[in-house]
Design a protein around this ligand. Structure first.
Ligand code: AMP
Length: 472
């Protein structure tokens, strides 16, 4: 999931800027998109399911009008939270005004908080934990002197790996959880507008210069009075940046914790080459997620890098597609081999990760049918062994191939000639040269930096559905 916000002194076409920002963050979620424009306290919103381009056209953007601030969101629907009703930003009216809320990541105590609120008579319209966040903040707002104090108090109640972007009539407030699981940064445009985004590539897309990343646990308030930082609200916690941001989630042209994502991936490839060398003729990366690591592998091993697979650029990430049948079909139409690169060659095939094992099995077959004599599979992430509760949709151990099979079995099942994963002890080296002091590697080693969630289900939770785009 990705968040984007912009705030300045003048009334401008902020909707278009958010649109471009969300466009740059599209890789963080394709399930739904939404923008809320704030024109002197009047909020105009639109959100819908699909990619940014499906949800917004020129007319729709114009209908949002001008304002001096706006926030937007792209959503990556985790299990049970899909559909337009769960699209963000959520806009609420509370006793002291309006609030728009966009979230990214996972709140592990959302279910428990929701049940507490329901027992006090609150009703929920969505299955999105962002709605729980909105209640927690507005409850605090009643007894707080300002929205930022309410947010500060709410942060003591929320547990998990998440970022929040909130817009009140006069302020935008950006928040990173105390472990700093997911990235959040801000910058400034030449015209003085501040821009806040999940990734630095989105700042680039609107011509903003990165000022800095938020610290773990930091709350930054943007208003006409300038910037105010609140750092001490929920005590100290060990830093736990999601290492999967470097491996897969973020765009390679972003920088996280002061470290280029491209460099981090190339480093993963080099470490992989050291741990799992093999005699081969060409190194091929799986587009797009494996390309940077393949370059690193090739450089370290001295084996030439080659373009061996071409991706149809007009197709989304395979993983997002619902249902196993759709996922498999999409792999076939998504990637095509270049015969001249692989024919008669021993190929090292590098992808960023092996989750269910569907993609790599198809690709090994594809490369062999294009004439590769050997295919050596390399994953620039360690084996996925545990579910993630912080926003990555890796939900059950049953679907994780590494949970249920040995390396030898996976090698055989995928048809590869050998298989090598990045070593667990190497994964935390990806951010070398950056400023991150600790990583969350729970999907690989099961060491969760927070409590794991207790899920309390309501009878109606699985029955809620809604297909239409909505205006507010
Ligand atoms: P699989 O076929 O299940 O082994 O999926 C592996 C592919 O999915 C790799 O090419 C990854 O780039 C991609 N992938 C890994 N994790 C995720 C995720 N959480 N969301 C979307 N795609 C992912």
């Amino acid at each position: 999931m990705g968040v984007f916000g912009i705030i300045g002194e003048e009334r401008t076409d902020v909707a278009s800027s958010v649109y471009y920002g969300l466009y740059a963050l599209q890789h963080r979620g394709q399930e739904s998109a939404g923008i809320v424009v704030n024109d002197d306290g009047v909020f105009t919103a639109h959100k819908g399911t699909g990619i940014v381009n499906d949800v917004f056209d020129r007319e729709r953007l114009e209908s949002l009008g001008h304002g001096n601030m706006a926030i937007g969101h792209v959503r990556y629907g985790t299990l049970g939270t899909k559909g337009v009703m769960n699209a963000e930003p959520i806009v609420i009216n509370h006793v002291k005004g309006k609030l728009a809320i966009a979230t990214a990541g996972g709140i592990v105590n959302a279910s428990v908080l929701k049940r507490e609120l329901e027992l006090q008579g609150m009703i929920f319209h969505t299955t999105n934990p962002a709605e729980v966040v909105s209640y927690v903040i507005t409850k605090e707002r009643i007894s707080s002197p300002s929205i930022e104090v309410a947010v500060e108090r709410a942060m003591n109640k929320l547990d998990g790996g998440f970022c929040l972007l909130l817009m009140s009539p006069r302020k935008i407030i950006a928040v990173r959880d105390k472990h700093g699981f997911h990235p959040l940064c801000y910058g400034r445009r030449e015209n003085g507008q501040y821009v806040i985004a999940s990734e630095s590539c989105a700042l680039d897309s609107v011509g903003a210069t990165l000022i800095r990343e938020l610290d773990p646990g930091e709350i930054v308030v943007f208003s006409e009075d300038g910037i105010k930082c609140i750092r001490e609200h929920c005590g100290k916690a060990p830093e736990a940046l999601c290492v999967f941001e470097y491996v897969y989630t973020a765009r390679p042209d972003s920088s996280i914790a002061g470290c280029s994502v491209h460099e981090a991936r190339a480093r993963a490839g080099a470490l992989l080459a050291k741990a799992h060398p093999v005699e081969a003729d060409v190194v091929v990366g799986v587009p797009d997620s494996g390309l940077d690591a393949a370059i690193g592998y090739a450089k370290e091993s001295g084996i030439p890098y080659g373009i061996g697979l071409i991706k149809n650029k007009y197709i989304g990430r395979t993983f997002i597609a619902p249902g196993q049948d759709v996922r498999e079909d999409k792999v076939k139409i998504k990637l095509n081999p270049i015969k001249s690169t692989v024919n008669g060659k021993r190929v090292v095939l590098v992808d960023d990760s092996i989750v269910r094992g569907t993609t790599c099995a198809k690709l090994v077959k594809l490369l062999k049918s294009a004439g590769a004599v050997e295919v050596h599979l390399r994953s620039s992430a360690p084996p996925f062994l545990n579910p993630c509760y912080y926003g990555t949709d890796i939900d059950s151990k049953d679907s994780l191939i590494a949970c249920n099979h040995t390396i030898e079995e996976i090698t055989q099942m995928t048809g590869a000639d050998s298989l090598g994963y990045l070593r667990l002890e190497d994964v935390t080296k990806l951010g070398d040269g950056g400023c991150c002091k600790g990583f969350c590697t729970a999907c690989f080693d099961g060491k969760y930096p927070t409590e794991t969630p207790v899920i309390i289900k309501n009878k109606y939770d699985s029955k809620i559905s809604d297909n239409d785009n909505t205006d507010e």
